[in-house]
Ligand binder design. Structure first.
Ligand code: SF4
Ligand code: SF4
Length: 241
């Protein structure tokens, strides 16, 4: 996103809308007139400042985004649909739709690592750090997730190199774990947390009658757990009985 410096009147209305604090105000050439500008390295192209529609002189505009910058918008703007999956936002329906998708069956758990959050964001190199560590343990990533298209090699979790410094609000790595893998996966995530420069949270999703075992492992490994049920209301048929 950019701000047309000729049009901006420095009213600062847009500043508080930016979830990553990328909009700054400066005095113009030491004079009293202020103008806002966007730190393009920090901007994740979420579009919030533009959609807020608070800029009376219409100084905020979206320039054409090429590769690899377009990836920022794809993962950060909830109005943009990922062409690979047809799902907007982070581009995945996640395991909360498991009744329909059947991504994981009894005797295994769905896991997701949500890398980055509004207010912090994430460089994709941090996603790569986590993905490569998981791949080393033999984890296979969910194919219907747009993150898969960022990898140079989905089997190793290695990213296309030009994407490593790109910043997004958040992205999700999804996979299925078997009981014997769970401790290893938690250990990998704990170690990865010391190497990344952003926040991540871990989702562990089970059938209700299998949750105690999964929660027990998480607690044993020292992870704070916050068990929640998730109820999706809709007219979808349950296909994964
Ligand atoms: S597009 Fe999003 S991240 Fe970029 S300046 Fe606007 S609000 Fe901030
Ligand atoms: S709202 Fe528009 S005019 Fe006001 S500071 Fe932001 S870009 Fe400039």
């Amino acid at each position: 996103m950019r701000i047309d410096q000729e049009k901006c009147v420095g009213c600062e209305r847009c500043v508080s809308y930016c979830p990553v604090g990328a909009i700054h105000v400066r005095k113009d050439g030491g004079k009293t007139k202020k103008r806002s500008w966007i730190d393009e390295d920090e901007c994740v192209e979420c579009g919030v400042c533009l959609r807020a529609n608070v800029c009376k002189p219409e100084a905020i505009y979206l320039p054409e985004l090429g590769w690899p910058r377009i990836v920022r918008r794809a993962f950060s703007d909830p109005m943009v649909e990922h062409k690979e999956t047809g799902v907007p936002g982070r581009g995945t329906e996640e395991m909360k739709t498991n009744e329909v998708t059947g991504r994981f069956k009894r005797g295994s758990w769905g896991m997701a690592v949500e890398v980055g959050r509004p207010g912090v964001g994430a460089r994709l190199k941090d996603l790569e750090t986590i993905a490569m560590a998981l791949a080393e343990k033999g984890i296979l990533f969910e194919p219907k997730n747009p993150v898969m298209f960022l990898f140079e090699d989905p089997k190793t979790g290695k990213l296309k190199p030009e994407l490593r410094e790109e910043k997004v609000l958040s992205a999700i790595i999804e996979f299925v774990v078997k009981p014997h893998q769970l401790k290893d996966v938690f250990e990998v995530l704990r170690k990865a947390s010391e190497r990344v420069e952003t926040v991540f949270s871990v989702d562990l999703i089970s059938f209700p009658d299998e949750k105690e075992f999964a929660l027990g492992v998480a607690r044993e490994m020292g992870f704070p757990v916050y068990p929640n049920g998730k109820v999706n209301l809709g007219l979808g048929r349950v296909l994964n009985r």
